[in-house]
Write a protein that binds this ligand. Sequence first.
Ligand SMILES: [Zn+2]
Length: 286
Amino acid sequence: MKWLLLLAGLVVVLLLATRNVWRPEQVATAACVGAPEFEAAARRNAQTFASVAWAPFGEFETGWDAYAPAIAQEIRTSCGPTTPGFAAALAAWQKARHLDAAGEIEPNTFEAMRVIWMLRRPFVAATRDGSCPPGATEASLAQAAASEGYRGRLVQLRPGALAAWRRLRDAARREVPAVRVDPSLLALVSGYRDPLAAEALCLANGDCGGPARANCSAHRTGLALDLYLGAAPGLDPISSADANRSHQAATPAYQWLVRNAGRFGFVAYPYEPWHWEWTGEPIARV
Ligand SMILES: [Zn+2]
């Protein structure tokens, strides 16, 4: 009995020690290349990685490299996205969901993953029936310091979300050298956005019909925030251009967020690497 408990304890310790680690430099470890039956799948993944033309989130885009960290996290692998080890982990994930377990990133598999990601966001669950939660009131919001905003921006959030972001940022500074040496990383680019002002802006720009961003944005709740993750040359830090999303997905800061933001109550919207939502309090209903 005693040794069974010891064994169970050891298994738990090993699981805790090995989960949630994907770093690009680990691409060629033995466990990642030692799966010959998945070499062909890995080659096909390498072909589509930066070249597949598709629109999984409704906007035309090229490649799945911007999703590689989120996919690796979902299938619990530390192997790089074009390795046989990654394909093997993907195949196990596909098999458990009765998908074609070839270990290749293809539209059916990606769609299954996308639905999981979207439903993990309380805001999506709250708006699925077409309703839109009321905006946070001015009095219910807390003000971040100018030094916490990207380029001094004054950002407002619900107090719990702001406190959780501060814990996340402090942990990232302790755990990620790139974040420690660059105080602008993970700064607040945007938080609460006034729904009326957002509507006026989209009317002025003639783009209210686009993705939910304008009509019923999660930013109205004061629970959603955009974080500075750098930007591709010449692009805005919240530009959804492929080059920008690919650039951000490859950063240590983003890869750390994908593995660790959940510790602080945040969920991702993988189409926009910068956008995170705090789940520590319920979404207000109409
Ligand atoms: Zn956002």
